[in-house]
Design a protein. Structure first.
Length: 534
């Protein structure tokens, strides 16, 4: 069996995770067009690095086959075949290949960097409602359908090889032992390697003869995974269909038939049956109380999308991009964060971000209330200090007595003027294109809700077309031992991405910060807004 070591547990850099390294690995400066940022993981015959493209600054996982293995034609063939198989696919639920080629240290494959955790971890850490379970299963099935349409049999479909992204999207990964149905040569070349796959998720025919399998073998693996998602825990090969909702027992029973001729022959038929169940009245009848709680959590997530929008507004003469890294609670929610965009007057705009000190589920009520107050106050005054003064008095007199960190910028392009106020934390970076200089705008005020009758100050500054603002909820205070390193890396990240569109700029900066300061920011809420005046 050839090793298959693409993305195992999580796509986050494995800080604090037990390393697979037995000997030190040199960190190359670059591989192909990618600058290497850090070691990601080391497998049996390959090394994975985290890198960024030198021109686009797009992060990627770089899988390398060291030079010493190039003499082994079999290993090289499988390494290149993995790249070829990923290149054949183009689906939102399958990891993307960027490129592959030679470099001075051997061969490399550059593939999409996915921020998320494995489905295995997701099952162990979350209660998944029946409805959400079915939706996840259908996403995996669609990815499998896309592979089968291209003649690809995955052969190692398991929760470790499926990622759940931060937004909840499914990504199927790891094609190290995938097989093309038309690849007759493999039957002979793999015979000496014997066992191929992961026993718990392997079909009976794959255990018997790993090389002589077809699409129903993947469908069997999907059936085991579906069983575990719905069960809410790993089954370790013990299947009891009586534990499944009645409406699913027949579907899973057919997917798990020992004889492939009795199984679903085409994953499309599986998708049709399970989708019909999802849209039937039976699913509501078979939900339990914990499912109702989980659905409440899903409803709160939808509320959260209102409080923390994922899409930037379209404003005249501005290109705006937003990216967010959010602290996740046990319910899978990101609590206490509110971000909003306002048209506060004719040709005048405001951008607000706040974070509450209260992180329990009641923070949703507080945040929604805060949103209402801020939106009302924006209609009354365009002066940031007046708005914050009134808001502070309202929060001080609220019986829940939360403290509120706040960042607020107003833009008046007709006057070429912006005003900025920061309370508690947050930073504004300003790039003046005429001087080609990056400046951190300083403004220090206390948290809101601490003291009544507080006097707040703001900063006013001129700005011109082609200037860029980067507003962030984060500041150097997250790095207590060396705050200067945050300022230095932030400056470097902004300058490296100033030529990019606003959305791509925020994504690249945030991904870089998460890589470099992964431990320091793991409990932080980070919101980045890029405002580029056209």
């Amino acid at each position: 069996m050839l090793p298959s070591d693409f993305y195992k547990e999580t796509t986050l850099p494995p800080e604090g995770k037990k390393s697979h390294l037995t000997t030190p690995v040199d960190l190359p400066e670059s591989i192909g067009p990618y600058k290497i940022e850090s070691l990601f993981e080391k497998g049996g015959m390959s090394v994975l690095y985290l890198g960024t493209h030198k021109e686009t600054h797009e992060p990627a996982i770089i899988k390398v086959l060291p030079e010493k293995y190039l003499v082994n034609k079999e290993v090289v063939k499988y390494f290149l075949k993995e790249a070829d198989i990923i290149a054949m696919t183009d689906h939102q639920n399958i990891v993307k290949l960027y490129e592959h080629g030679n470099w001075k240290g051997g061969l490399y494959i550059a593939i999409e960097f996915v921020q998320g955790i494995s489905l295995r971890q997701y099952i162990l850490q979350h209660h998944i409602s029946l409805k959400h379970s079915i939706e996840m299963i259908i996403e995996i099935a669609y990815a499998l359908c896309h592979l089968h349409m291209h003649g690809v049999i995955h052969r190692d479909l398991k929760p470790e090889n499926i990622l759940v992204t931060e937004s909840g999207t499914i990504k199927v990964i790891d094609f190290g032992i995938a097989q093309l149905l038309t690849d007759e040569n493999e039957k002979n070349s793999l015979t000496e390697h014997g066992f191929v796959g992961t026993p718990i998720y392997m079909s009976p025919e794959q255990k018997k003869n790993p090389q002589a399998v077809s699409y129903p073998s993947d469908i069997y693996s999907l059936g085991i995974i579906a069983y575990e998602i719905i069960l809410g825990k790993l089954c370790f090969g013990q299947i009891h269909l009586s534990l499944m909702p009645k409406g699913l027992q027949k579907i899973l029973g057919k997917a798990l038939q020992k004889d492939p001729d009795d199984r679903y022959r085409d994953v499309v038929d599986f998708i049709a049956d399970i989708s019909a169940y999802l849209n039937s009245s039976a699913i509501k009848e078979e939900q339990n109380i914990s499912d109702q709680i989980s659905e409440l959590s899903e409803n709160l997530k939808n509320t959260q999308k209102i409080l923390v929008p994922e899409k930037a507004p379209v404003w005249k003469n501005f290109d705006i991009g937003i990216s967010t890294y959010k602290m996740v609670s046990p319910l899978g929610l990101k609590q206490g964060l509110y971000q909003d965009f306002f048209e506060i007057a004719t040709d005048a705009y405001g951008i607000m971000m706040t974070e509450s000190s209260i992180k329990s589920t009641e923070s949703f009520v507080l945040t929604a209330t805060t949103r209402g107050m801020i939106r009302a106050l924006c209609k009354l005054t365009t002066n940031p200090c007046d708005l914050i003064t009134i808001l502070n008095d309202l929060i001080v007199n609220d019986p829940l007595r939360q403290h509120l960190a706040l960042n607020y910028i107003t833009l008046e392009p007709e006057k070429n003027l912006f005003q900025y106020i920061s309370c508690g934390q947050g930073t504004l970076w300003y790039l003046d294109h005429t001087k080609e200089s990056l400046k951190k705008i300083e403004n220090h005020n206390p948290f809101l809700g601490v003291e009544p009758l507080t006097e707040f100050t703001s900063v006013s500054h001129s700005f011109n077309p082609k200037d860029i603002f980067l507003l962030t909820s984060l500041s150097g205070s997250i790095l207590k031992e060396n705050p200067e390193s945050f300022e230095r890396e932030m400056t470097k990240s902004i300058l490296e991405s100033i030529h990019l569109p606003a959305k791509q700029q925020t994504e690249n900066i945030l991904k870089r910060l998460k890589v470099i300061f992964s431990k320091a920011i793991q409990d932080s809420v980070i919101y980045l807004v890029s405002i580029q005046r056209l």
